[in-house]
Design a protein around this ligand. Sequence first.
Ligand code: ADP
Ligand code: MG
Length: 328
Amino acid sequence: MNLLEVQNLTVTYGSGPTAVPAVRGVDLTVAAGQQLGIAGESGCGKSTLALALLRLLPPSAHVDGRILLDGEDVLTMRWGRLRAVRWAGASIVFQGAMHSLNAVRRIGEQIAEPLLVHRRATPAAARTLAGELLRSVGLPEGRADSYPHELSGGQRQRVMIAMALACDPALIVADEPTTALDVMIQAQILRLVQQLVTERHIGLVMISHDLAVLADVCDRLAVMYAGRVVEEGPARAVFDAARHPYGQALSAAFPRVGDPASRRAPRGLPGDPPDPAALPTGCAFHPRCAWALEPCAHDDQFLTGNDDHRVACLLADRPQVPPSGRTL
Ligand code: ADP
Ligand code: MG
């Protein structure tokens, strides 16, 4: 059984004519101890998907489909069970670590709290474990006595990772965990996350707009566009030999890890992703696609191909060079 199975997940914010279909029929799996990267430009539905995994979406979001965590559907879980799962089954690390830490409590207390509440550790045991967790994320144990404002951004992100590890989860969801940090620190933290999940056999869903970063850290990659997964496969195959024109544009845009020049919009890819409230007909990518043919404007595309590398494109098997006169 897979650790995580997302089946035909749809998330729509609001209803009626102003409804925003942010996630539109996503299927994904993560095996125990596997690392899945999710890439895509801003607005493609990555955070909505991450929040849905632990049912953290606002009440305006209508969710459909199934999210099986160890075979149990997160979407139909009772509240008490869900709370237990959020602590012991799966943890989430978000971008703005500063906002998730309590400014007026010491770091050590904040790491120890879930251990006291959810693992019924004694105060002494929780303190010892909090110290060990700090060491495992590369911080001195003495940092337990600091307040969040006394730490750098990178150190705070390390504390967030320690908190995510505290209850020994089977899955960690990390939504752009390093985007706010400088490039060197980003690379260090991502390597740390990878090392920790590998050592502890934890499943990882890592979200970033930077395909190169994900290719470095993950076993598998999924590329999202306009609320859909348009390509999914082994990380190196998706990064080095993407078959969807959007996957190709993203991998061309992020040639190497943390390249500061490529943090802007993907190079060579004009325009922006569509507003989900006004999606183009057919393949949602066709207005930006150098390869688009007439059917792309009216035939919707779904993932096809063998289970190992799937692509949602009419032209997935075309040669890797764009038609003459067009650029990608
Ligand atoms: P990403 O993380 O890939 O940038 P998001 O999941 O944040 O994408 O957003 C996907 C789409 O859903 C965007 O069009 C965004 O404006 C919209 N959206 C996100 N959160 C909400 C919300 N709470 N209410 C309404 N629309 C939202
Ligand atoms: Mg996001």
